[in-house]
Structure formats: structure tokens, C-alpha cells
Design a protein. Sequence first.
Length: 154
Amino acid sequence: MHRLTRERLEQILSAPGGPLPAELEQHLAGCPECRREVEGFAEHSRWVRSLRTDEEVQPGPGFYAGVLECIESQQRASLWSAFLEPAFGRRLVLATLVLTVMLGSVVAFQVADDAFGSPPPEAIMAIDDHPLDWGADPERDRQTMLVTLATYQE
């Protein structure tokens, strides 16, 4: 659709069959594309007008009161009113129970680790439970240290 037709479309549709400016009539006579689109818009306009009633429809008694009541009932509730609903309370209790069971199972099935861990080999070698004559017999000391290291377990 060309600019001239687009700018004057409301004028064309508001007065179907009425007089149009000469410039617009010339354009519509020479442009089949614009003429087709204007005819389609005019047909849609006729369909919409056919849906109108001749008399003005008034709402029944109590209509406005019902609308206001509906609006007031749908007003935003406060955050705290959610805690007073029974469904929310049940969900909250269920969520608390599930969380308690999950945390309890973690605590119950957790492997107890030594707080300080196993001592490193250096700490085992530094333990002073060896004979008092340590250093007197180097071969026995060597064997004692090998046994200590071989029996070390983490």
C-alpha cells in the first residue's frame, strides 16, 4: 500500500461511498494493489459494523456492585496472610519433616573421622617409646625403625 492511501485510509473507511479527494481517486483508479487493499479493509469494516446493535445495552442491576466486590476480593493479600492458610501450614510442616529426615540421615550415616587424622610417619618416628639405650646398637635401632615403618597404618 502506498503512502498516500495509508495516510487517508481512515477517511476512506469512515465514509464508504462518499466523496474522496481527486488525488486519492486518481491513485486508486491507477493502482490495483491499493484498490484491492482498500476494498478488503472496507469489507472488514462492514462486517464489524454489522455486529453493532441498534440499541445501547445497559448492564443489569447490581452489575457494578458485583464488579467492585470481585475487585475487592482479589486485592493483594499481605505476606503474613499466607502463613494463616491451612494448605501453606501443611506444606511448611511437610517440608520441615523432610528436611529433618534428610539432615538426620546425613548425621546418622556419616563416617566418624578422627578429628586430628592419623599421625604422619614423622610423628610415629618421634614417639619416645623406644628402649632407653637408643643409639647404643645401630643395627637394632635400624631394625626397630623398619618395624615401626612397616607396621604403620593410616
